[in-house]
Design a protein around this ligand. Structure first.
Ligand code: AQP
Length: 333
């Protein structure tokens, strides 16, 4: 099995989008030292984070990953800033990637908003650090949501240019793994925007820590249109909000949109939303409970992360040292 790497930002509480598009798909990929899952705090500060909240969110994210089924004994679970090899390689990649390539990144345009001059330079070079996260381990398999596809193409362009410039086949090609029927979960308030943990509106998302009442209330208030659900998938065309809710129920009940519409085609949204809320509560409540149990002993979570960082560094340090040697840096010792 190829080496797997994936990361998640501690920029808030993980959402249903992070869970269905990423975390839940990581669980069956656990394969000892061949599977690395990283809480990417250095990516998170590309947008200002309150320091005390960032530290807490980093630990909470690790607890969420463990509660969702990642076992620190069966994979390498760690925090990005604990392994300096990532930023060492990112600097080299800053010098390999071309401005024109970064200018095309749609996530930068989305996150920077209208006032691009005011965005951090970290946000701009974020994809170079992401490429370094992966290539520092010679990982070739990267499970991500659909929104990250463009960044992975860039990571391959960087590797190819590095290999070309230095005349070696050092960094392998990465294969994105875009998984699941809910590869892109959309905001509950706007079916054209993805669900995000940093969306200013808490009503736009389901957090993995939400209690049953909040989940039911958010689903009840989720935006929809006035038509009943169609019986065929083609009938969801042009109905972004309906498509999103159908997709969520499909993902949570391990079926597809056609399977959901076979059962609920012709129903109004009232009854459908009740079913969806019940399914979400049944699925997510045990995760929230396990997170609370883990966070009651923060020292144990931190200890697992420290051990994960040591195992990660043991893989990344020699790879990044070799990249530095290829570039021409004098060996430090
Ligand atoms: N709405 C989504 N649907 C499916 N997958 C999603 N992912 C994020 N949102 C959705 C996937 O979750 C993984 C971790 O993402 P991240 O935390 O590194 O960054 P992000 O994609 O920017 O996620 P958020 O929630 O939108 O965070 P903020 O609000 O901080 O920007 C990735 O694999 C991503 O594809």
């Amino acid at each position: 099995m190829p080496r797997v790497f994936s990361g998640i930002q501690p920029s808030g509480v993980p959402t249903l989008g992070n869970y269905l598009g990423a975390i839940r798909n990581w669980v069956p990929m656990q394969n000892g030292d061949e599977s690395l899952f990283c809480v990417v705090d250095q990516h998170a500060i590309t947008v200002f984070q309150n320091p005390a909240e960032l530290a807490q969110a980093t630990r909470e994210m690790a607890a969420a990953l463990i509660a969702c089924g990642l076992d620190p004994a069966r994979c390498i679970l760690f925090v990005q800033s604990h392994v300096p090899a990532h930023v060492r390689l990112a600097w080299i990649f800053n010098c390999v990637a071309r401005l024109g390539w970064l200018n095309r990144m749609t996530q930068f345009k989305d996150k920077a908003g209208k006032d691009r001059e005011a965005a951090s330079t970290g946000l701009y070079v974020y994809p170079n650090l992401m490429a370094a996260d992966i290539h520092a381990y010679h990982a070739t398999s990267v499970p991500v949501g659909d929104d990250q596809r463009q960044h992975l193409e860039l990571a391959n362009d960087i590797a190819e240019k590095f290999n070309h410039d230095y005349g070696v086949a050092f960094f392998p090609r990465i294969e994105p793994m875009i998984l699941g029927v809910a590869a892109r979960v959309m905001s509950l308030r706007d079916g054209t925007k993805k669900m995000s943990k940093s969306d200013p509106s808490d009503q736009s998302r389901i957090n993995l820590t939400d209690d049953a009442d909040s989940i039911a209330q958010k689903i009840r208030r989720a935006r929809t249109d006035a038509e009943p659900l169609p019986s065929e998938v083609a009938g969801l065309e042009g109905r972004a909000e309906a498509r999103n809710l159908v997709g969520i129920l499909a993902a949570i009940t391990d079926t597809d949109a056609a399977g959901v519409l076979r059962l609920y085609g012709g129903s109004g949204f009232g009854a459908f939303k009740d079913t969806l809320a019940e399914a979400l509560v049944a699925h997510l409540s045990p995760i929230a409970g396990e997170m609370r149990r883990l966070l009651a002993d923060p020292g144990a979570v931190d200890a697992a992360l420290h051990l994960g960082a040591e195992r990660a560094a043991a893989i990344a340090d020699p790879i990044v040292a070799e990249a530095e040697r290829l570039v021409g840096f004098l060996p430090p010792r």
